[in-house]
Design a protein around this ligand. Structure first.
Ligand code: GDP
Ligand code: ZN
Length: 355
């Protein structure tokens, strides 16, 4: 059986990598008729390899299926987050990590611009994110680049991360042939270039080994995946040794008594605080759907609420270690901010939420 990897699509032709070669293939008629769309990243079975135009005979089941970018079988997502410029943002990481795990892929944290990092921050990040693969790198100093190449081997990977964190610089360093000028980026810049281009996978060679990297970043949307509040903890690997030992079967590990998670993890960590905030957000999303009586009121509330969320995200970033206690007090003060009435929210001076 000859199974290959679809790495590029152009009109009705697919480039399929098989061993060290790439074959331009068509799709067998009955597969097309069955409406089984083939996309980049698909593993397929080929016929007539020795002929001029090999044919994709069969599509193998997908282990993951991303829409943006449209790639199947991605197994890891490299979250690129700068330690500075723009500031490190733990909440953004936690949201991305959640979405990536939800899509059945592995998040790999890649902290960029490591030439700018200070020791305390590095140590803190190592403590907070020890449950995930974690790499520090700098294209300026060359630190960590080999370890990143190593991480990419034998995987199909996509990059994720806000603009300005150094994704293009990294790709350029890994393989200058790859052009990360994606639809998304160019739409923002208003050029519209490449917006219709399909994503492609690029082979990265490292000694005898190789891996595949998509030339379009994913996960720019920050919407939380549709998990309910009871499911949220499933996405926290650090909770897993304890979740079955909590006193209540439906424990949310929030403020319940006899909670083995709270007893065993570091409840002073940013990760845990972000968990509490995401839990509120998940609950809030649920209650918002119910809330149809006073539409205008609820709109104001959401707008003001968003403002506070933004401030809190800033707190999460700027506050870091130094101010964790203050931050905790503030978070506890507002607690379920969605349940605080509008007047109180409006009376709050956003500047007070900064440190
Ligand atoms: P992207 O928007 O994520 O693709 O980010 P870019 O690759 O365009 O980088 C944004 C800015 O960060 C550019 O000015 C780069 O020169 C800078 N940058 C990228 N990598 C590094 C690095 O390792 N160290 C430092 N100090 N700056 C970097
Ligand atoms: Zn619990």
């Amino acid at each position: 059986m000859t199974s290959g990897l679809v790495i590029k699509q152009e009109a009705n032709f697919f480039s399929v990598a098989y061993q060290d070669q790439t074959y331009l293939c068509t799709v067998r008629a009955n597969l097309r008729k069955a409406g089984r769309g083939i996309k980049v990243g698909d593993r397929v079975i080929l016929d007539h390899l020795e002929e001029e135009r090999p044919v994709i005979r069969e599509l193998l089941p997908r282990s993951s299926d991303l829409d943006k970018p449209a790639v199947a079988n991605v197994d890891q997502v490299l979250i690129v987050m700068s330690c500075l410029e723009p500031d490190f943002n733990a909440m953004l990481i936690d949201r991305l990590v959640l979405s990536i795990q939800y899509e059945k892929m592995m998040p790999v944290l890649c902290i960029s611009k490591a030439d700018l990092i200070d020791e305390d921050l590095e140590e803190w990040i190592r403590e907070e994110y020890s449950v995930f693969p974690l790499k520090f790198f700098s294209v300026e100093s060359g630190r960590g680049l080999d370890a990143l190449r190593e991480q990419l081997m034998e995987h199909v990977s996509v990059l994720a991360g806000a603009s300005g964190v150094g994704k293009s610089s990294l790709i350029n360093c890994l393989d200058p042939e790859i052009d990360l000028s994606t639809g998304e980026v160019n739409q923002k810049m208003g050029t519209g270039k490449h917006t219709t281009r399909h994503v492609s996978l690029h082979r990265l060679q490292w000694g005898e080994r190789s891996g595949w990297l998509a030339d379009s970043p994913g996960f720019s949307a920050l919407q939380l995946p549709p998990v309910n509040r009871a499911e949220l903890a499933d996405y926290y690997p650090e909770f897993q040794p304890w979740v079955n030992q909590c006193g209540f079967k439906d424990c949310l590990h929030q403020h319940e008594v006899d909670c083995a998670v709270q007893e065993n993890i570091d409840t002073d960590s940013e990760r845990y605080y972000n968990y509490l905030r995401l839990l509120e957000e998940v609950k809030d999303r649920y209650f918002q759907r119910r809330d149809s009586s006073t539409k205008k009121e609820s709109l104001t509330k959401r707008a003001v609420g968003k403002n506070i969320t933004d401030q809190l995200i800033k707190l999460g970033t700027e506050g870091r270690v130094r101010s964790r206690r203050t931050q905790r007090q503030m978070l506890e003060q507002i607690g379920n901010w969605s349940e605080v009435d509008d007047e109180t929210i409006e009376a709050m001076n956003p500047d007070e939420w900064r440190i």
